[in-house]
Design a protein around this ligand. Structure first.
Ligand code: UDX
Length: 440
């Protein structure tokens, strides 16, 4: 089939390359000529495993092309996927729909009567219906669930396909687009527009709630001398709860979960329904960042002014160079504001971090970042950081004190190497006895 993908950011570039991989002829459209030129030359402007190879393969074969022209896109194919961003509005918690509205309007202007415009962006429930009422072209909603770092895998082998369709023709066209994915056994859920829109926001709200639930338990653990990692493992053995997405730590960030729960709560208010608990989910998440700042102060003897602090991690999660709403950089920037001398290292996100936070120091390696540190904060769980030897690290720092904000470092090993070790939601080694009695 001949498909177009409107918006070639993170979602669109991945979708375009994956659709070419499924065997379609694909034209990617973006208003940014630099982005179009980079993608056409086979260069991915962000870090995503497996995507550069796929993009290079299909731009070389000619199956995947990019353009800045909506007119060309309308003439190229019949099914148009709209993959533009829906950032948080500056003046409220709600989603900013200007890119979605303008992409639909531009395509609707040029598209012929047979065109199917398929929204993939995460939108407030009711958006697809509104667009369908506004434009003559047929509309469908097909939300994506891809995770950064696994975007190609999640697109080619998704857990499910959700097809929000208003006609048999739209469903048949989407089933044809995804035929190889469906043939591989992927479950397909067909739904009306509002349900399809809600599947995405509900899924993200559930995931965020799960993380904040375990992080709230971490707060209780901190107050009682209990250990949240043991607690999470034990409750996770119950299949109804499950082990996944139950890692407690400095909380969630990124371009999706934080803004999506805010937009969802805001939309619910408009609808006269209360999703106030999502505001608490957000607040719990933010409190984990406060807790790291507080621990840093405590370990530095009450204030961080003048302390040399090393932050390991800048991306909001490993295997990504995305720093949007990154807990690591939020903590780093706050400590800098409090007068600490902060040095950051991240394997992939240094360029992005440097642009957004020019007042922080940056080191080209974890080792270089550790030299002379009074305190180390481990805030993004890159596998590389787990391999740092506590003995080697001890020989580099001024004061061997570390906070594990992701709960993945081996406390016993660090303590044995002479480190003062603190983790979120777990008693400091020696802080509580086996009866849970706090010694402080
Ligand atoms: C998320 C959803 O998973 C995806 O389905 C949706 O399409 C977009 O939003 P993403 O933001 O790429 O994807 O990252 P994800 O792997 O879900 O992690 C989100 C955040 O939660 C990260 O900051 C991560 O560090 C944090 N997290 C995740 C935890 O703190 N604990 C966990 O157990 C899991």
């Amino acid at each position: 089939m001949r498909l177009t993908v409107i918006g070639t950011g993170y979602l669109g570039a991945t979708h375009a390359a994956c659709m070419a991989e499924l065997g379609h002829e694909v034209l990617g459209v973006d208003v940014d000529p630099d982005k179009v030129a980079a993608l056409q030359a086979g260069r991915v402007p962000f870090h995503e495993p497996a995507l550069p190879e796929l993009l290079a393969k299909h731009t070389a074969s000619g199956r995947l092309r990019f353009t800045t022209s909506y007119e060309e896109a309308a003439a190229f194919g019949e099914v148009h996927f709209i993959c533009v961003g829906t950032p948080q509005r500056k003046d409220s918690e709600g989603a900013d729909l200007r890119y979605v509205d303008s992409a639909f309007a531009s395509m609707a202007r040029y598209a012929g009567p047979d065109a199917l415009l398929v929204g993939k962006s995460t939108v407030p429930v009711g958006t697809a219906g509104r667009l369908a009422d506004t434009h003559a072209a047929e509309i469908a909603w097909n939300p994506e669930f891809l995770r950064e770092g696994f975007a190609v895998e999640d697109t080619l082998r998704p857990d499910r396909l959700v097809l929000g369709v208003g006609s048999e023709r739209a469903e048949a066209l989407l089933r044809a687009v995804y035929a190889p994915v469906i043939a591989a056994g992927t479950p397909v859920v067909t739904a009306d527009f509002p349900t399809a829109e809600l599947v995405k926001t509900a899924a993200n709200a559930f995931l965020a709630t799960k993380i904040s639930f375990i992080n709230a338990m971490a707060e209780v653990c901190e107050a009682t001398g209990a250990d949240v990692s043991v607690l999470a493992e034990a409750i996770g053995h119950d299949d109804r709860i499950g082990k996944k997405f139950l890692r407690s730590g400095v909380g969630f960030g990124g371009g999706c979960l934080p803004k999506d729960i805010r937009a969802f709560a805001h939309r619910a208010d408009e609808l006269g329904v209360s999703l106030a608990f999502l505001r608490e989910v957000d607040a719990i998440n933010m409190r984990r960042r406060d807790r790291v700042v507080e621990l840093a102060r405590e370990l530095c003897g009450g204030a961080v002014l003048g302390a040399r602090i090393t932050v390991l991690g800048a991306a909001f999660k490993p295997d990504s160079d995305d720093i949007r709403d990154s807990p690591a950089l939020n903590v780093a920037a706050r400590l800098r504001l409090d007068g600490a001398d902060v040095t950051v290292h991240d394997p992939e996100a240094m360029d992005n971090a440097r642009k957004a936070f020019p007042l922080l120091g940056y080191a080209v390696s974890a080792e270089e970042a550790l030299v002379g540190a009074d305190l180390v904060l481990h805030l993004t769980e890159w596998p590389q950081f787990r391999e740092i030897s506590p003995d080697t690290a001890r020989s580099l720092v001024s004061r061997p004190r570390i906070v594990d904000g992701r709960g993945v470092l081996d406390a016993a090993e660090w303590v044995a190497a002479g480190w003062e070790f603190r983790a979120l939601g777990r008693p400091a080694p020696g802080e509580a006895d086996r009866m849970g009695r706090l010694k402080r």
